[in-house]
Ligand binder design. Sequence first.
Ligand code: GLC
Ligand code: GLC
Length: 814
Amino acid sequence: MKYGFFDDLKREYVITQPDTPLPWINYLGCQAYFGIISNTAGGYSFYRDARLRRITRYRYNNVPLDFGGRYVYLRDDESKEFWSPSWQPTRHNAEDYSCRHGMGYSTIGSSYKGIEAHTRYFVPLDENLEIWQLTVTNRRSTKATISSFASIEFCLWDAQDDTTNFQRNFSIGQVEVEDGVIYHKTEYRERRDHFAYFATSAKGGSFDTQRESFLGRNRGWDKPAAVEAGQLTGSIAHGWAPIGAHQAKLELAPGETKQIVFILGYQENPVAEKFDPPGSQIINKKRVKPTLAKYLNPANADAAFELLRQYWDGLLGIFQVNTPDVHTNRMVNIWNAYQCMATFNMSRSASFYESGIGRGLGFRDSNQDLLGFVHMAPIRARERIVDLAATQLPTGGAYHQYQPLTKRGNNDVGSGFNDDPHWLIIGVAAYIKETGDWSILDEPVQYDNTPGSETPLYEHLQRSFQYTLDRLGPHGLPLIGRADWNDCLNLNCFSDTPGQSFQTTTNKDGKVAESVFIAGLFVHAGQELAAIAAHRGLNAEAAKYLAEVEKMDQVVRKHGWDGEWFLRAYDDFGAKIGSKECEEGKIFIETNGYCVLAGIGLEDGLAAKALESTRKHLATKHGIVLQQPAYSRYYLNLGEISSYPPGYKENAGIFCHNNPWVIIAETRLGHGDEAHDYYSRINPSAREGISDLHRCEPYVYAQMIAGRDAPTHGEAKNSWLTGTAAWNYYAIAQWILGIRTSLDGLQIAPVIPKSWPGFTATRTYRGVVYKITIERQGEGNNIALTVDGAPVAGNVVPPLTDGRKEVTVKAILS
Ligand code: GLC
Ligand code: GLC
């Protein structure tokens, strides 16, 4: 069953039932101030770093599941009844509930006993604040006297400390209230130069800032005592739990609508100007006041919203398609692109499944994320690449993660994930293919953030490639180190101690266990690097890379082929993983997808055989599982992969991140039907009708769907922040639809289903708008290209030299 519908014209998903199987969330903010917001107004906000600058409090893994939010209450002052238009926290059976999740905003509301109310939440561009616009309409035939309440709970900044260090935290909370604005200033008196504020456009209302005064003793957010009583108490928080709550009275004639604006914001002050008057302990508010004056005016709030809309129109307009498949269209045109921006902004930090206090930015994850957003944010992609490369080690290896605030490698996790360096090559190649900005290769970049160690970025790529050559194992395959792409295949770990990290515990010397996956990745990255070298005129160097690639290709055929599919790895005993000889885990998706994607065995049938085996052993109607048979017990020599119950996560779950490798592999063999079929199996929009089974949001990808060995086969988990976003976007846009960036220009190479008559697309690329029409005249994938009517040889639109800013590209497929 469905819980809502797609409004494609407005680029919204409209949830029409509040009790979704899981909280269905959206993101607010796209620069420095961010929030997550669920369909019932749960969620929290933070400035830049979800751990260190958490503005509001959220209770992960609470019951009900989603708690802590931007809660609005309405109270009918005649009947004394109160409710929340967003359903939570009071959970009244309101009518016409809807949550419209859009691009950077959410509008949530309902009608209750003739009072209609909606709140639109968004973060204006270039501001460190969020606006809530509450609109209340009286649909009754009589006058209504309504009190509105808006509330948030402040977090004491460090989200980790906030949930653990109560002996201190219950004593440090501080606020100020001035002109009806609530200022949260915990720790401002000493080492913090930042504060938060919560303001309202309603004049003359009352407020509360101490949680217990607002909620009452022994009560929760579902029944605040002050709301019940219809009167906030004017409390000033000292210690305990500072909150912000505003009350305003609304007199509404029949049919009348009124709007109240609320602003929740974050502000930093220069150290020397923290207090006003100087020497006092009172916050200097001069930087906040003009901002408040501006956005508390509804007309200015509307104008800011309009700018946000234009911003997203601009980003999404870079690539738009019209295909015969509605699910393809809305994912490519709207939601998948939007999710790619979220993964870029958030990395893996804050979602309903990532608590904002966990992981730093992953080296491999961030490089892969580039594939999905580089066309929308090329300048920020360049910055990201340089930041990532600066955490690379002189050996060519990389810190597995870095912390975004310090931009330094994370020592707790360290390095030694031997696939990491190659993703840098792939990320940089994607950047150059998109932008044509070759100058990035000359950018001086440090190693391990050490001043004086700078080399041109190009040398970072050279060292990445060399890293594997310096670490070959007994069969000539790359040594795996702590893990390759599969973080849970920990072949050098051998852990039997509870609580030990599978990724950072290394009990073996690492000289035996080898990864066929890294071999495939090396072949792919090596070809990319060779093409870059050749473009720079370094032909001998390019030839050297290709020779190494060819050698690795041979090694994979000899030691990485199991007869019907590619092996996965060799363990610390030199035994095969992912082989028919194994009792469990006989065949894995990663190598069968990636080796073919890299071009291994395309000519001699190995690739076709590998994909046939993948289809036979791994494909399910909910997607392709990671391996089969699932591990039914813990294998000391395999690590975390065998710690998960069968069917979940890396133990034979459908890991939606690597399904597109098989999709791309199918396109490399010219199989458009198969590729699009796999694409559709995990496309969230195509799964909307089974929302009760799928459970996660139907508008974004989840990291995992439970595999066939799990009792919950088909159930998704870990939505939003996953490499799945970028890879699926890349697979559909560049390989199935085949509008592909290359070093030489825009390539047109669709491999679409046979039944499609064609499709149209608009792509802005290197400053030129390409209006593309693909027309099928035969069943194959052969291309005949014309550009502005003139036939062009091959399938790459050559760079335009005559200043044309828009061209018409027509491709006949036969
Ligand atoms: C998660 C990690 C990613 C890893 C994948 C498979 O998505 O973020 O780095 O490759 O799991 O283990
Ligand atoms: C990846 C995997 C997860 C594992 C984690 C460790 O995210 O998906 O299962 O626990 O890496 O870092």
